[in-house]
Design a binder for this molecule. Sequence first.
Ligand code: FAD
Ligand code: SF4
Length: 467
Amino acid sequence: MPNMNKNKLPAPEQAPDVRITNFEEVTGTYTPEMAKEEAQRCLNCKNRPCVEGCPVNVQIPEFIKLIAEGDDEGAFAKISETNALPAVCGRVCPQESQCEGKCVRGIKGEPVGIGRLERYAADTHRTKGGAAPAVPSSNGHHVAIVGSGPAGLACAGALAQLGYAVTIYEAFHTPGGVLMYGIPEFRLPKSIVGQEVENLTKMGVTINTNSIIGRLFTIEELIGEMGYEAVFIGSGAGLPRFMGIPGEGLVGVYSANEFLTRVNLMKAYKENYDTPIKKSHRVAIIGGGNVAMDAARSAKRLGAEEVYIVYRRSEHELPARAEEVHHAKEEGIIFKFLTSPVEIHGDENGVVRSIECVEMELGEPDASGRRRPKTKEGSNFEIPLDSVIMAIGTTPNPLITATTPGLEANSHGCIVADENGKTTHKAVYAGGDAVTGAATVILAMGAGRQAAQAIDEYIKSKVVVAQ
Ligand code: FAD
Ligand code: SF4
């Protein structure tokens, strides 16, 4: 008999007043008893709408059934057939708009906690020291990957499983991409990302850090004198956008990328690290996505008394995951909806003193289908502050396209690639944020896997022609 409780079983959580004083993970993992109880809410539907909602087609009812039967390792193996980073996805995927958004239990109550169960299976496998990944036998072919975010890691994993010798070139000193430098420790512990990366190196993948492609080597050199038969570009979209309003050059104005990189990758929140970071008292984060929520919640944990999210549309249009918004509210983040900054004011030393904003109202829907915000004339007001963090989006860094003749980019700077990741350059594939612009972990991983398959077909076709 399925468990017909209408509500998803809550996961253990740190209390808001406690968690704003530390960087430890906010949400815990289900216990085995909790996981079984939640798994029994699944109806094992024949038409499997949840699977349709998953960009990498995780066999959801099957893995949940295995958890309900107490076979946690079997559940992990089932998820791993199509998802290379289940411990990451179980924590950061926007399940409410994907698998859980399609779950039939969501019609008359809350959907099955698919994300929590995925995380449970992955965490149980890890803490029990599950079997090391099998080392595939070599097929004698070499592929280079640029970037070690979810797109690059997923592509590397899929190619390594097919026996390719894979070398990743990563610009930073630590692999993992946004999982390492963007998403904070309290949402995604770095030890988990480290473990996923270690699994890849155990499968024979080589990772060269501190290696900026476009400077150290070009793409042409990788597929030329260095002898790689194909290259996958998963270099992300790490170039921050600014609003172009007066005052953005003042001391105390950060891009969210810089702020979060200092906090996460360079551990500015730890006493024994030298990374400088401004300990703000009053700070505004401009934007309403996951990046804005992460910056706001990090600023709070660094000790800011007042943290504002300034967003030009209404709460209904907030692009951040529902869980992040819920957690941010619980932690006392102040939301200023329908508000847009027009100028940042500084003091006589060039340090942020306040932000001047206008009120907005929503007009007709724009090309994205969201109602376009319009300024309410004469509604200007100021918020006194000492820091402003811009989280209004990012674009791909143009370094790679600028140094690779024949590699086309669109007007947003994104690499042009077909649905298999094939670019306009021979033997060069791309995927993830570098192609789509800022998107999600699971979409980047899906693109990495898809490109791995296309690279395999391309290399095999060359071998056939040569014979
Ligand atoms: P990235 O993760 O950006 O990785 C690209 C890598 O390439 C980086 O390590 C970079 O250093 C490296 N690189 C760049 N240029 C070069 C070069 N020239 N040579 C060598 N290496 C290079 N998504 C979700 O699904 N859920 C979330 O909760 C979520 N929260 C987020 C929070 C923040 C703060 C941010 C910034 C993003 C968040 N996202 C979230 C989005 C998600 O992280 C990205 O969509 C995803 O990481 C994209 O993966 P990627 O592999 O394409 O790029
Ligand atoms: Fe289970 Fe929901 Fe998927 Fe049905 S839609 S199989 S109830 S997770």
